[in-house]
Design a binder for this molecule. Structure first.
Ligand SMILES: Nc1ncnc2c1ncn2[C@@H]1O[C@H](COP(=O)(O)OP(=O)(O)OP(=O)(O)O)[C@@H](O)[C@H]1O
Length: 326
C-alpha cells in the first residue's frame, strides 16, 4: 500500500544542515497497522509529514497505492492527499466550530451539498461513538472525545490510509487504550491501512502488527511485532522484556532465558524441570505480555542440576525458545 524507498530529508544547509531522515525504506502492506517507534528527535514527524507531502523529501520516493506521490503536484497531489486522513497529538480542531461542523469541514472543501454533508457527519460521529455531541464545542469535550472528533474528521473523505501523529500522547492510559481499540476496530471493519508514529512501546504492543524502529533518522529494526518479540536479540524484545544484567549466579548454575508464545505460555515448564529433571530452578525475573492478541513471555532463570542439557532439549521440544547466556 505504501512503499517508501531511500527517503532522505535534510533541513537547512551547509554547517546548519540537519539530516532528519537518512535513507529510510519501508513497505507497509494494505490493511496493516504499522508503527514507527522512536525517541524525541528521531525523525518520526518528518517521516509522516513526508508521506502526505506536508514536507518535501530531499530525495527518495514514496508510493501510495499505485501512485508515486513524490512526483505529483497541483490537483493530482491534492487528490492523493484526500486519500490520506491524518490525526494529531493535539487534535487540531477548530475551536469556533461545533463537533459536527469540524467533521463537516473537509466535506465542505470537497464541495458536498448540505444534506449530503449532514448524513455523512451523522454516520461518522456514530462510527466513533460521539452521536450525542453533535452540537458541542471542542472546549466542552474531554481529550478522548476530541480525538474521536479528529478521527471522524480524518475519515470524512473515506481515505485508504490513516496517518496518526502521536495521536494518544496527550491522553491518559485508559483513554489511550480506548482510542487505540477504536483505531483497531476501524482497521478491521474498513480495511483501513494505518501508519502511526509513537514514542510509546505500549502503543506498538497494543495494536501494531508491524513496527519500524527509527533512531537518528535511520531505521535500525523492522518486522512483524510478534516475530520480533520472540527474538531475544531484537531491540523490540529487549525493550518489552528488560533483562537483569549480570545477575549473581550460584556456582555451576546455567543462566537461561525461556521464551513462551501462545499456547506454550500455558505449559507447566518449571514444574516439569523440577520433577522430571530434578533441577533447582531459581527464577530471576520476567514477564508475560499480550502482544496483539498473543501472549508472549520471557523468563530469566538460573538452572542447577546434572540434567541441564536434557532439560533444555525438553524445553525446545515443547516448541519454546531457550537462550543460554551463561
Ligand atoms: N523545520 C525544521 N527545521 C530544521 N530542523 C528540523 C525541522 N523539523 C525537524 N527538524 C529536526 O529534524 C530532526 C527530526 O525531527 P522530528 O520532529 O521529525 O523528530 P520526532 O521523532 O518527531 O521528534 P518528537 O517526538 O520530539 O516530535 C530533529 O533533529 C529536529 O530538530
Amino acid at each position: 500500500m505504501i512503499t517508501i524507498t531511500n527517503l532522505c530529508k535534510i533541513y537547512g544547509q551547509g554547517d546548519k544542515a540537519v539530516k532528519a531522515l537518512d535513507n529510510v525504506s519501508l513497505e507497509i502492506p494494505r490493511g496493516e497497522i504499522f508503527g514507527v517507534l522512536g525517541q524525541s528527535g528521531a525523525g518520526k514527524s518528518t517521516l509522516i509529514r513526508c508521506v502526505n507531502l506536508l514536507e518535501l523529501p530531499t530525495s527518495g520516493e514514496i508510493t501510495v497505492g499505485d501512485q508515486v506521490i513524490t512526483s505529483l503536484s497541483g490537483p493530482p497531489l491534492r487528490q492523493a492527499r484526500q486519500r490520506m486522513g491524518m490525526i494529531f497529538q493535539h487534535f487540531n480542531l477548530l475551536k469556533s466550530r461545533t463537533v459536527a461542523e469540524n467533521v463537516a469541514f473537509p466535506l465542505e472543501v470537497k464541495g458536498l451539498s448540505k444534506s449530503a454533508r449532514q448524513s455523512r457527519v451523522k454516520e461518522l460521529l456514530e462510527l466513533v461513538g460521539l452521536e450525542s455531541k453533535f452540537e458541542a464545542y471542542p472546549a466542552q469535550l474531554s481529550g478522548g472525545q476530541k480525538q474521536r472528533v479528529g478521527i471522524a474528521r480524518a475519515l470524512a473523505g473515506s481515505p485508504d490510509v490513516l496517518l496518526s501523529d502521536e495521536a494518544t500522547s496527550a491522553l491518559d492510559p485508559q483513554t489511550t487504550y480506548a482510542i487505540l481499540e477504536l483505531l483497531r476496530d476501524l482497521n478491521r471493519r474498513m480495511g483501513l491501512t494505518i501508519l502511526l508514529i509513537t514514542h510509546e512501546m505500549s502503543v506498538v504492543r497494543q495494536i501494531c502488527s508491524s513496527v519500524a524502529i527509527l533512531e537518528a533518522g535511520q531505521i535500525v529494526e523492522q518486522g512483524r511485532v510478534n516475530e520480533l518479540a520472540l527474538r531475544p536479540d531484537s531491540r523490540l524484545s529487549q525493550a518489552l522484556f528488560p533483562r537483569i544484567r549480570n545477575p549473581q549466579l550460584h556456582p555451576g548454575a546455567t543462566l537461561a532465558t525461556i521464551i513462551f508464545a501462545g499456547d506454550s505460555a500455558n505449559e507447566p515448564v518449571f514444574t516439569t524441570l523440577v520433577r522430571k529433571f530434578e533441577l533447582d530452578v531459581n527464577i530471576l525475573g520476567g514477564s508475560i505480555e499480550t502482544i496483539g492478541e498473543q501472549r508472549i513471555g520471557q523468563l530469566q532463570a538460573e538452572l542447577i542440576g546434572s540434567q541441564i542439557e536434557e532439560a533444555l532439549a525438553y524445553i525446545r521440544k515443547l516448541g519454546l525458545r531457550v537462550e543460554v547466556t551463561r
